[in-house]
Write a new protein. Structure first.
Lengths: 930, 121
């Protein structure tokens, strides 16, 4: 369980800077550093065990049904990365304390940084592929926040978006690969997957899996042709670049290569794809690193180049090459982090990163010059430094690669070329910036940075030198442990030593060093050559393609969603007709086996009136008020139908809903023209008539077919369980608040949202109000008829009492929260109408939004309450209670839930009404005007 | 027995009276000439009719179940509250819209006079 803390502590740590934001910058930095430091201590505590060959693991269920567990492991590779992530992370925290200016929010920066650190630690220690992917996407998201930290700069925003798009898309590829791999292996556990190399490689899905995993790794590690996002991510603050592009973000890609090396490598596909991509990236990055004029741009491209080198090493299909790859991961992290920090110091102290302006800085900052020079030398692969060792291994391994047949000599040759360029740009980084004359129009006078800003670089440089001189003591144990995880089975012999005698790799190194100097001296020719090409701005072309995608998506969407409600209705009905018609055509005959019920004259009359009223609504649709009256007749008869067929709850609800709907529609109609102009062409009308006739016919036959067949419905279950299970005799209400409580919760949430949306729409809307109706008749001076208003006022308490009564008895007799809420709403609406909004709101001076929200909250909390008793969500409980004066009474928790429904209905309905009313009030002509 | 018979006669009488009132109200709706006169039918006659039927129903179930039923009482109460209100509102809007009145209609409210009269008020 202690293992869990390595990931959890930084996660908790992301809250620390926010909590300590007020306590000063230095304190904030120190407090932030505490938790990762503890995590580092835990990792150190595990180190002897890991070196001894043990594998600490921890596993908790998360979503077992998906195969997703919170499972972590700490093998050698994980341990190495944990050290890198936490160690360099701590140095970055210290460095950022001095780098960030007073204007930047330090707590926000640290919070993002810690979140990112958590995500990285999650990737490297996850023992479940899905969990690893989860953290993988979390790095994309948190790096988006970090790169876009200076969100006021368009450059930073666009760079962050680009990084997110590319790495996020790669992450989706990775997810697809993981799902396929889980399908092949039957488990997402990394431990299991790593044991099934043969199964995966012999599966027909191996190629898609490999391709998808590599896409994920290459996008993250900025491999060619996905390298374009990395230079634009340089818009981030330098501590972010130093962290993301040395030890973490981009290393996640090569970490994935190393992690999956045991199962995916060893095939021809692996060799060709990985090697060629690595080689292309190595050369591409190295060339552009030589060209760039921006200090961080040089470092960005050199990072791309070195990542290509590591990828290339993993592609060689040789165990020693994989060891060299892991080794170079360490070395690159140390020297690149220090170089970025040095570049940050130069930028911080000089105010520019333009190499053409920066010259001869050694006079101003000799100490930083030395540090940067050592780091650069390590990057170039100068002996006595760590970069030299891994570069030697790299060159030696390139000689071993034989897969290209007769052209295999090209690999060492191109590898040497890459090294030559690497020497050249390292030299350029030092010589152009720190020597080479005097600085030209710098915004600031450069000077040495604060003492502690240099400290992280000093520590890293010290590591570079120590590893370079004493590799056997410094890195061999951890390298051995990491190698054991990457290359299982027979461990390759690792000889880390400065001196291997005169051999071919040493000669290649010598060539690289001397030719590198030569290339640097002749750099002007390269610049001149490069100037022939038109500069391509990756950001612009990226934005262009993104916008093209958006436009075409919009175009596609517009075909379906053009804002015409008529069209939506047409499509909806059409598809319903098609589905229902096909279903009906499968049935041998429309009539089923059940005999028909005798015709009842009352029902026939009612049905006739219903039909006629429906027809009237449609025929008179252009005279809106009349049409609305017919609609109310339809609603009235529907509720009578419910009453006739023994559904008193439904009848009551329908009646109340009908009243509220018609009133709200009337209020809305007030703002619309009294008559609708004729808009539809004859062809369209006949099309619609045809469709509605077919629709009516199909639905009627469907009803007939269903009703004439014996049906085994679920209602018996509800009838049997309503009293023992829900404690209520009113089955409809028990279904609403208990059996289907979750549905109801969803519905009242929607109702609440709809109410708030209408409130939002109407809130600022002020409509011009004509002073007379269509025929030029002024509004009646008697705005609030006295009989109506006094009656409604008298009725208010009475009806509220009725609503409470209906609410209370709802669980056992017809009624319930929904109906009661509607009754209360109706009577309050009546008061609103008879006395006007102003009068009413003076007396009922509260907002309805909180009521609706409280209702949803009460219902949700009642549901959650059952968790306290270890029951599933929305389990209801009931019992008999003996209350003095009232007597024996049955109370159910469902009543609390019903109360939530009640409040939501009242709140939402009145929210709509009161706001519709407010739209009109200020402009209504009043008596005084005449 | 006698009392029961007498009550049954009363219930039947109420039922018949209610029916007659309702028919008269409906006939009034058809026969009267203008809006103002027609309003009398549903408001006065029919309300009386429904009231009679409700009274009959109330007494009947009292007789049958042995205890009075409150619901019918409430219906009656609400009926007597709502009818005047809707009648009043209908009349008001009729006057506001200046619906024409038949010559037989007695009494001319000022709303139906001239525009100037309204201005005076």
């Amino acid at each position: 369980m202690t293992l869990l803390l390595i990931v959890l502590l930084p996660l908790v740590g992301s809250l620390v800077p926010i909590a300590s934001a007020r306590s000063g910058r230095t304190t904030c930095a120190w407090l932030t550093a505490i938790l990762p430091a503890i995590a580092l201590g835990i990792a150190a505590w595990y180190t002897p065990a890991v070196f001894g060959g043990q594998l600490p693991q921890v596993s908790l269920d998360w979503v077992p049904a998906l195969g997703l567990d919170i499972a972590f492991r700490l093998d050698g590779l994980s341990l190495l990365f944990v050290y890198l992530v936490l160690g360099i992370g701590l140095l970055i925290i210290l460095y950022a304390r001095y780098y960030l200016s007073e204007k930047d929010s330090m707590s926000r920066f640290y919070a993002y940084l810690m979140l990112f650190m958590t995500a990285m630690l999650g990737i490297v220690t996850a023992d479940n592929l899905l969990l690893m992917w989860f953290f993988w996407e979390l790095t994309s998201l948190s790096s988006f926040l970090l790169i876009g930290y200076w969100s006021h700069l368009s450059e930073a925003r666009k760079g962050a978006r680009m990084a997110l798009t590319v790495t996020g898309a790669g992450g989706l590829c990775l997810l697809a690969g993981i799902l396929l791999m889980g399908h092949v292996v039957g488990s997402y556990s990394l431990t299991t997957v790593l044991e099934h190399r043969e199964l995966i490689q012999q599966s027909s899905l191996y190629q898609p899996i490999l391709l998808l995993f590599l896409l994920g790794a290459f996008t993250k590690s900025a491999q060619f042709p996905f390298q374009f996002w990395l230079p634009h991510a340089m818009a981030a603050p330098t501590p972010v670049s130093a962290y993301l592009h040395s030890a973490t973000m981009v290393k996640a890609g090569v970490f994935l290569l190393a992690r999956m090396y045991p199962v995916l490598s060893g095939t021809d596909e692996w060799f060709y794809i990985v090697t060629l991509t690595g080689l292309a990236t190595l050369l591409y990055g190295a060339f552009f690193a030589l060209i760039k004029q921006d200090l961080k741009g040089v470092l960005a491209f050199s990072t791309i180049s070195h990542l290509g080198l590591i990828t290339l090493l993993f592609g060689f299909n040789s165990k020693l090459a994989a060891v060299a790859g892991v080794f170079h991961i360490i070395n690159h992290a140390t020297f690149k982090a220090s170089l970025f920090m040095a570049a940050g110091i130069v930028d911080h102290e000089c105010g520019t990163r333009d190499i053409r302006k920066l010259n001869g800085l050694w006079r101003y900052m000799p100490y930083t010059t030395v540090l940067a020079a050592v780091a650069s030398a390590s990057m170039a692969g100068v002996p006595l430094l760590n970069g030299f060792l891994s570069k030697e291994m790299f060159l030696a391994q390139s000689l071993e690669a034989q897969m290209l047949g007769g052209l295999s000599w090209m690999i060492p040759a191109l590898a040497t070329l890459g090294s030559v360029l690497s020497v050249a740009y390292s030299l350029r980084f030092i010589h152009d910036v720190f020597f080479n004359g005097e600085p030209r129009d710098l915004p600031k006078t450069p000077h040495e940075p604060p003492r502690y800003m240099r400290l992280p670089i000093e520590i890293l440089i010290l590591l570079c030198i120590m590893v370079g001189i004493l590799p056997g003591i410094m890195v061999e144990p951890i390298l051995r442990a990491a190698t054991a995880a990457v290359v299982p089975g027979q461990a390759p012999e690792i000889h880390l030593a400065l001196w291997h005698g005169f051999n071919l790799p040493l000669m290649m190194s010598a060539i690289a060093l001397s030719a590198g100097v030569l290339v640097y001296l002749l750099r002007n020719h390269i610049y001149r050559f490069h100037r022939q090409f038109r500069a391509v701005n990756a950001r612009q072309s990226f934005e262009f393609s993104v916008q093209r995608v958006v436009r075409s998506a919009q175009w596609g969407l517009d075909r379906f969603e053009n804002g015409s409600l008529q069209r939506y209705m047409f499509l909806l009905l059409l598809s319903a007709v098609i589905v229902a018609a096909f279903g009906l055509m499968d049935v041998p005959s429309m009539a089923g086996l059940k005999s028909l019920q005798p015709l009842d004259p009352v029902v026939v009359t009612g049905a006739g009136i219903l039909c006629l009223a429906g027809l009237g609504t449609v025929m008179l649709h252009r005279r809106r008020l009349l049409s609305l009256l017919f609609l109310s007749v339809v609603g009235m008869f529907v509720s009578l139908t419910f009453a006739r067929f023994s559904a008193p709850d439904l009848a009551l609800t329908q009646l109340a809903v009908e009243v509220v709907t018609i009133i709200l529609l009337m209020l809305a109609l007030f703002f619309l023209p009294q008559k609708t102009p004729k808009e539809s062409s004859g062809r369209r009308v006949s099309r619609d008539i045809l469709l509605s006739m077919i629709f009516g016919g199909v639905i009627a036959s469907l009803n007939y077919a269903v009703l004439t067949r014996p049906l085994q419905s679920i209602s018996t279950y509800f009838i049997e369980n309503s009293v023992p299970g829900g404690g209520g005799h009113n089955i409809v209400n028990v279904i609403l608040v208990d059996f289907r409580g979750f549905d109801t919760l969803g519905e009242i949430t929607v109702l609440g949202i709809a109410g708030i949306a209408i409130y939002k729409l109407l809130n600022r809307l002020r409509l011009f109000m004509p002073s007379s109706d269509m025929e030029g008749r002024p509004w009646s001076p008697d705005r609030y008829p006295v009989i109506l208003s006094s009656v409604s006022q008298t009725l208010l308490p009475l009806a509220l009492l009725v609503s409470v009564f209906i609410f209370l008895r709802g669980h056992n007799l017809p009624g319930g929260g929904f109906i009661a809420g509607l009754v209360a709403a109706v009577v309050i609406i009546l008061v609103y109408m008879s006395r006007g909004v102003e009068w009413t709101q003076r007396r009922m001076s509260f907002n309805y939004q909180p009521i609706a929200v409280t209702g949803v909250a009460i219902a949700a909390l009642t549901g959650l309450g059952s968790w306290v008793f270890n029951k599933p969500f929305l389990t209801s409980s009931f019992g008999h209670f003996d209350i003095p004066l009232i007597g024996d009474i049955e109370l159910a928790t469902a009543m609390m839930f019903d109360l939530g429904v009640y409040l939501t209905v009242v709140g939402s309905t009145l929210m709509i009404l009161a706001n519709l009313g407010k739209v009109t009030t200020p402009h209504r002509p009043s008596k005084e005007k005449q | 027995m006698d009392l029961r018979f007498a009550l049954e006669v009363a219930v039947s009488a109420l039922m018949i009276a209610g029916g007659i009132f309702a028919v008269i109200g409906a006939m009034g709706m058809v026969r009267f000439r203008d809006f103002y006169m027609r309003l009398h039918g549903p408001t006065k006659s029919t309300t009386l009719g429904v009231g009679c039927v409700l009274l009959a129903s109330m007494s009947f179930f009292w007789l049958k179940n042995g205890h009075p039923s409150l619901q019918d009482m409430l219906i009656t109460l609400f009926l007597f509250i709502t009818t005047p209100v809707s009648a009043h509102l209908l009349t008001m809007s009729g006057l506001h819209h200046k619906l024409p009145s038949a010559p037989e209609t007695k009494g001319q409210p000022y709303e139906l006079d001239d525009e100037d009269d309204i201005a005076r008020n």
